[in-house]
Design a protein around this ligand. Structure first.
Ligand SMILES: [Zn+2]
Length: 342
């Protein structure tokens, strides 16, 4: 195992890297979301002022009143966008993307030392309130030794991500979700989970088991993001915005418009792209009501999971630089508010 940082200095993804980026930030305002079971502070950085969306009701009640304006009157106001990195601690691709983005917004250059005018200009010309949580599952990220899965074997991803059962055999996906919380069943606790063995994607959202979940949903309720994207790794799949399952058709269409804009940018850079069509039916067994869907139900956000290629030794491996550029395509499309209807 060679840390990707040693080969690609722009690949900064550790908790210490996040602290350094947030501690040196001057333009963004840094806040603490919560403290994890392992004692880590989950921090986030915000750019732009909080618009007055003239809240009169929570989201559910506003929907009951048949007008979401009672929750957030977004017309003519700057949109709020939320980006969430490392809900799973070994999925560092989004963390690398977000720390490069923070560097761009703070200094005008990314961690390669390069200007990326397509991103900085899109951000400057489309003022928005941008909330970035570089590492949401700080316990998992802190426990994970490798700083990426680039040039690792798929078995290494299983070990560092899902961990092992008590007998030492590897957990895998999706069997790793068959026991929850997994802490007492795990031998080696993978970076998927916080220190209490909770997979933050699959908490009980109506009675949160994890402080991280409660704090994030409270933030979403308060900030009313119009678009919220969780940045994940998806083995060596081509980067893709997943269609959320339990959201309105309008939100699914918003994800699709964003995905189309991202794909266009990927193609223009010579990168691969993949779009998932809007899917209206719910299969059996049902898909999970996960964090992506839960966020939608407290604030109405166009909510999606962005799964990145992880550069494993396997088919369709992307390089560190390609992975970064894929995230740039997403950020640029977000700053252009591409989820909205024309
Ligand atoms: Zn994930």
């Amino acid at each position: 195992m060679i840390n990707t940082f040693e080969k690609y200095p722009f690949w900064r993804t550790t908790l210490a890297d996040v602290d350094a980026a947030l501690n040196s930030a001057k333009k963004g305002k840094v806040h603490t979301l919560c403290t994890t079971p392992g004692g880590h502070e989950v921090r986030y950085i915000v750019y732009g002022n909080k618009p007055d969306y003239r809240r009169r009701a929570n989201y559910s009640s506003a929907c009951g009143a048949r007008n979401t304006v009672f929750y957030a009157d977004r017309a003519g106001k700057a949109p709020t966008v939320l980006l969430i990195g490392a809900t799973h601690g070994q999925e560092t691709e989004g963390v690398a993307g977000l720390l490069n983005l923070i560097s761009l917004l703070e200094t005008g250059r990314d961690l390669r030392g390069l200007e990326v005018p397509s991103i900085t200009q899109a951000f400057d010309t489309s003022p928005m309130r941008l909330i970035i949580i570089p590492v949401y599952n700080a316990d998992g990220r802190g426990r994970c030794v490798p700083d990426s899965m680039i040039d690792e074997l798929p078995g290494s991803l299983r070990y560092h991500g899902q961990g092992t059962w008590k007998d030492g055999s590897l957990c895998g996906w999706p069997e790793c979700k068959a026991v929850h919380p997994i802490k007492d069943a795990a031998g080696f606790l993978g970076a998927y989970y916080n220190d209490n063995g909770i997979n933050l994607m699959h908490d009980n959202f109506f009675a949160p088991m994890a402080e991280e979940t409660r704090a994030l949903l409270t933030l979403c309720d308060s900030e009313a993001p119009e678009c919220a994207i969780g940045l994940h790794g998806g083995s060596n799949s081509t980067n893709v915005l997943l269609q959320p399952d339990y959201v309105t058709l309008a939100a699914k269409e918003g994800v699709h418009r964003l995905a189309a804009a991202v794909a266009k940018k990927q193609t223009s850079l010579g990168l691969k792209s993949h779009i998932i069509p809007v899917n209206e039916h719910i299969g059996n067994p049902p898909p999970s009501f996960n964090l992506t869907s839960a966020i939608h139900h407290v604030c109405g956000a166009v909510s999606s999971t962005y799964e990145s290629n992880e550069g494993l030794i396997d088919k369709n491996a992307f390089t560190a630089e390609e992975i970064l550029l894929h995230h740039y395509c997403l950020f640029e499309a977000l700053f252009e508010c591409a989820w909205r209807k024309e």
